[in-house]
Structure formats: C-alpha cells, structure tokens
Design a protein around this ligand. Structure first.
Ligand SMILES: *Cc1c(COP(=O)(O)O)cnc(C)c1O
Length: 454
C-alpha cells in the first residue's frame, strides 16, 4: 500500500465563514490614525476608497464573518484547494519530519490572491461601483483583480511597478486578457507619479509609489474605488479560508502540525494559513510554532521598526502601526516582486509583538535553490515568493533530521512560478545575486517616520 499523498475536501465542506482573529486576541491591535489629525479614523474617513461592507469588515471584531454565497460559488472553480503530503521531498531530504503543503497555485490567476480579489470585487459590485484602481508588484494581484473584475463586470485599472511592467510582459498580457488596463508606475497620470518622474525619469517604481497612484485615482474620481491585495485586516480575513480548509484536511490525514509556515510580503497568505491555527491556540488549544519567512532584501518583520507609518510613498494613506522599513524605502530589485513592500500587515506585526509568531529572513539564491529542489521532487515550480516558505519548511525538516524528531510541518505554497521562469533562468545561469539593502537608505527612510505621540 502506498501512503496517501493528496487530501481533497468535498465542496460541501468549503468554509461558509471567514475567521476574524481580532475576536480572540489577548489585546486589541492599535487604532488606525488619520494622517492629518493623528486621531483614530472612522468608517467615514475610508468611504472614498472602499465600499462600506469592506470597511465594516476592516473594523470588525466578530469571530465569524459569513462568506456570501455568490463568492463561494466562484470559489468552486478551484476551491477547496488540495493539501499535499510531500513524501518525495521528505525522502530526498532524508528527514523523519512529515511535510505537508497547502497548494494555492490551482486558482485561475495562479496564487492565493483571488481569494480576496473575488470577495472585494463582489462587495464593490453590490455597492454599485463600476471601476476599481489598484497597484501590482509582480503582477499576481493585478491579474487576480482583473480576473475578479471580469466576472463581476467591473473595469480594473492597474498601476504596475515599472520594473515588473518591463520584465514581465506575460503578466501584463494576462491582466489585459481579463480586460484590465495596465499602466507602468510611476506614470504621468497622477500627481504622485509625475512628482517622482520629475526627480528621476527612469525610476524603477515601487509598491509604495504604485499604491499612491492607485489611491489618488480612487480619491479623486467619484465613480472609482480602490482595492489592496494584502496588508489590510479585511484582506487577511478573506485569506483565512486557506487555514480553515487545511485544519479539516489535516484531520483527514490524521495529523496535527507542530509548525505552520508562510512567506510574508504584506502578510496575507501567511495570515490565511496561520490565523485559523492561532485561533485554536488562543481559544485554549495547544501551542504551535508559527513562522513567517521574509526576504533578506526587504526584512520588515526582522529588521523594521514597530511604529506608525504610511502605507504608501506619497503619504495619502492612513497611519498604521506596523513593522516598517520606512515608506520611502526602495528595496533592491530581487526577484520575489510580491515581497517588495516596506511594511507588514498591522495584525501580523501585532502578533509578532505579542510573541505569538516567529520571523526569519532568507536571501534569494538560497530560496531559489530550495524551489528547484522542491520542483525536482514534487513537480510544482513555486513562485519566487513561495520559495521563501519552501526554504522555511526545508530548514525545519533538516533541523528535525539533525535532532531525530518526527515533527509535522505545514507550509503554504502560495502560488506557482509559471510566469516567473525568467527569474529561474537567471538563477540557473548563475546570474542571481543576493542584493543587500542599502543600510544608509534604510536609516534615512526610518528617520523620516511620522511622529505620533501615544
Ligand atoms: C503576492 C504574493 C505573495 C506575498 O503577498 P502576501 O500578502 O504576503 O501573501 C506571496 N506569494 C505569492 C505567490 C504572491 O503572489
């Protein structure tokens, strides 16, 4: 008899609620502040940017938020996603640990991001919104929202970070195939974009700048709202379907993870897999190690300051307390574009401060090495972002081997790398280097943090 590899959930067991970790936290997260008054923002302050249903989710403390049936109906195109036991990887590593991965690359856009894109597009449609503006780094979020917009009849405009616009023509083609419009950022279409271009016409762009442009378009056009693919509470909430499915699938497998791992850019896929497990613990269950893995070139959780900061470069967004490298920090151009963000989700940052999660940072060449090893054992080529989680899992599996322990490791394989093969080519040609961030730039960006008196 061969051991079972894949665990599929019946559609009828797809979660009917999202899990809101705020309900179970020992201390509430610090309030979001208005950038001008430095007072806590109310729902009305956010109304120009988001439909009210999403704002209410952003500030909700209800443990269970119902998933609307039309959203669940779209999810059935690829959900529940599979949980896989990585037998072959375990064998290659020679580890007594058991390794499981939850595979989110089965979505139409190839990552976990449609889990929130579909929900956000649906709430916007319900509010009568016809246009959404957004940003994208590596192109994963832009393609997910473009896909969601196509299903719900919403025009999507994507500000794509210049360097990825130039390097990833297929991501752009995917967004355009779904019907979205793509603009390279910084662009001439907004005040924020023009201000950057005036100083540096060849600026490679950053997520912080692209967010400024997308927010500006939404704030200055009555018919347009804004959507963010990570960081915010409601986005993390939408991703919790991942961990809730994984809990049921591990029960099917007869295992209980000792360690739960996810990569962190803005924190959404990590929250998606980790929060439901943390919830079990916060409600009296056993303690597990929960590990966030971030890029050494943009190490907000391990090197950033826990402070109030802006979410964007032009300082149009509210202030949130988070681990930040400074809103003007431009990370080096490493290949996991989806992880090049200066801040971390406030909820993930709060959990780190409470000592409920751990964080580690890895360089990109070790991550690609792990991704190649994973592909050669399990067949799936991970997205460069997901390679961080793969390396996190392999590192723990090798520690188990050294210690002779058969722990159970679960990680989130957040997406496939089919649109990122040029970065794999660069890796195999020996052209990838580990770019350290610029220490003096980090110091400068941190010295520019807004002052907020407690
Ligand atoms: C965007 C992206 C990430 C990083 O974003 P989070 O919000 O931290 O999840 C990770 N993996 C993939 C495949 C992505 O597309």
């Amino acid at each position: 008899m061969t051991a079972q590899t894949k665990f599929f959930l019946d559609e009828s067991r797809m979660p009917k609620h999202w899990y809101n970790i705020v309900a179970d936290l020992p201390a509430p997260p610090p309030p979001v502040l208005h950038p001008g008054t430095k007072q806590p923002v109310g729902p009305d302050d956010l109304a120009p940017l988001f439909p009210m249903e999403l704002i209410m989710q952003e500030v909700s403390a209800e443990r269970e938020v119902p998933i609307p049936e039309p959203v669940r109906d779209v999810f059935r195109l690829w959900r529940p996603s599979p949980l896989v036991r990585a037998h072959r990887l375990e064998k290659v590593l020679g580890t007594p640990a058991k390794i499981y991965y939850k595979y989110e690359g089965v979505s139409p856009a190839g990552s976990h991001k449609p889990n929130t894109a579909i929900a956000q597009a649906w709430y916007n449609q319900q509010a009568g919104i016809k246009k959404i503006s957004t940003e994208t780094g590596a192109g994963q979020w832009g393609s997910s929202l473009a896909f969601a917009g196509a299903l719900f009849g919403i025009e999507v405009k994507v500000f794509q970070v210049r360097i990825s616009y130039d390097q990833k023509p297929y991501r752009r083609a995917l967004m355009e195939t779904y019907g979205a419009t793509c603009v390279a950022s910084p662009s001439n279409e907004t005040n924020s974009g023009r201000a950057i271009l005036a100083k540096d016409p060849n600026h490679p762009g950053s997520l912080g700048i692209a967010i400024s442009e997308a927010v500006e378009v939404a704030a200055t056009n009555d018919d347009t709202k804004y959507a963010l693919g990570s960081v915010l509470n409601h986005v993390l909430l939408h991703q919790t379907i991942i961990g809730q499915e994984a809990i049921q699938q591990l029960e099917m497998a007869g295992d209980d993870p000792d360690i739960v791992i996810g990569c962190t850019g803005g924190g959404s896929n990590f929250a998606g897999i980790a929060f439901p497990f943390l919830g079990l613990q916060l409600r009296g269950g056993r303690k597990r190690r929960i590990i966030a893995v971030e890029p050494a070139g943009c190490p907000s959780l391990t090197r950033g300051k826990y402070a109030y900061d802006f979410g964007d470069t032009a300082h149009l967004t509210p202030l949130t307390k988070m681990h930040t490298l400074g809103s003007t920090f431009t990370p080096p151009g490493f290949h996991a574009g989806g992880l090049r963000y200066h801040g971390m989700a406030p909820l993930v940052s709060h959990l780190k401060e409470l000592g409920l999660i751990e964080a580690v940072a890895f360089h990109q060449t070790q991550c690609f090495q792990a991704g190649v090893q994973f592909a050669r054992a399990e067949g799936i080529v991970p997205a460069p972002e997901a390679n961080h989680a793969v390396l996190g899992a392999i590192t723990e599996a090798m520690r188990c081997k050294a210690e002779g322990r058969s722990e159970v490791i679960l990680f989130n394989l957040s997406g496939h790398g089919h649109f990122d093969m040029s970065s794999y080519s660069a890796y195999m040609a020996g052209k990838l280097i580990d770019m350290p961030y610029d220490e003096s730039e980090l110091a400068m960006a941190l010295s520019g943090l807004p002052s907020v008196t407690a």
